[in-house]
Ligand binder design. Structure first.
Ligand code: NAP
Length: 298
């Protein structure tokens, strides 16, 4: 792609990227992609598109007709959008959830860069899933995808604990059937008390503790945190959640979800532009978002 005008002017060759979801007003994705475009010298603009219920197909077809280069998809459309794609990346197809659409010759191809971004973020934070005993808290959209990711990336075992135990049971059944081994065991949020003795990586994939509900953690009992060597919270608002504080008080390492947010964006940007974002550029995005969230007091 041709270098952007140094004044940042939109011209006849500007390509469009965007985010489809509802709501989209509080997204940080325009900050990520418009800054990456500038850092990489690409003539792109990224904008949010709020899409009403029942209009997703129209939105994707319209984007295709308008030559939109790529789209992110957010809540509530990550599953529904799969019906409007021409193909899917194997990881996205396995987890049944797509957050990135890449324009190809015959239509949009779906990817799940939440998952590839999480892996890249974890690698940078020195956290691996391989051979790990994982306690996964939450079986919602992202929790479900992470259960697949853990199973596919060689975790030793996953204890999937969710308030709605039935939901966790369904995910466990589906993952175990797909990967052909019994690597996920489901339970409710009290069943950490029954886990085998060991040292666990906990991934916090519930919405408990998310701004403005900052004083709560999904499990409050400090004995739970004594089981962990690392706690990985997917929440990044606030930057230090109560879950992270409880991990650190028990001597475990703790991380928030900001690096995952950055790398899901970086991975999408790389797919759209067939380019590589350097670690330094990703670091610039991370610092920019960190400052923005701190300024906003979140
Ligand atoms: P979701 O589908 O709405 O799932 C919400 C999850 O939270 C479910 O497991 C739900 O349990 C649980 N939960 C909600 N309220 C609860 C409560 N009061 N007590 C116990 N559990 C409760 O949401 P999602 O899309 O999977 O997102 C999950 C989290 O990941 C959110 O905090 C989101 O901000 C974060 N996230 C971060 C990134 C990133 O880039 N860092 C990307 C995506 C998502 P039930 O099944 O029992 O309702």
């Amino acid at each position: 792609m041709k270098e952007t005008d140094p004044t940042g002017r939109i011209d006849g060759k500007t390509r469009l990227l965007g985010l489809i979801g509802n709501p989209v007003e509080h997204t940080l994705s325009p900050d990520i992609h418009n800054t990456l475009a500038r850092l990489c010298g690409l003539n792109l603009v990224y904008v949010p598109f709020p899409v009403e219920s029942g209009k997703l197909g129209d939105a994707v077809r319209g984007a295709w007709a308008l030559q939109v280069l790529g789209l992110n998809i957010t809540v509530p459309y990550k599953q529904e959008v799969t019906a409007f794609l021409h193909s899917q990346d194997p990881l996205a197809a396995a987890v049944g959830s797509v957050n990135t659409l890449v324009r190809e010759a015959d239509g949009y191809k779906g990817y799940n860069t939440d998952m590839s971004g999480l892996l890249r973020a974890m690698a940078e934070d020195g956290v691996s899933l391989e051979k790990e005993n994982v306690i996964l808290l939450g079986a919602g959209g992202v929790g479900r995808a992470i259960a697949f990711l853990c199973a596919m990336k060689g975790a030793a075992h996953v204890w999937l604990l969710n308030r709605n135990e039935k939901r966790a049971q369904e995910v466990a059944l589906e993952v175990n059937r797909t990967v052909g081994r019994n690597c996920v065991t489901a339970g409710n949020l009290e069943q950490w008390r029954e886990l085998p003795k060991g040292s666990y990586l906990a991934i916090q994939a519930t919405s408990v503790g998310l701004y403005p509900d900052v004083t709560r953690a999904v499990i409050e009992d400090s004995a739970f945190y004594g089981l962990l060597h690392t706690g990985y919270d997917l929440i990044y608002r606030p930057g230090r959640t109560r879950f992270m504080a409880l991990c650190e008080q028990a001597g475990a390492r703790a991380f928030n979800g900001l690096r995952m947010l950055v790398y899901q964006g970086v991975e999408a940007f790389e797919l759209w532009n067939r380019t590589a974002v350097t670690r330094e550029q990703a670091g610039q995005i991370y610092r920019m978002l960190s400052e923005k969230l701190t300024e906003n007091g979140k």
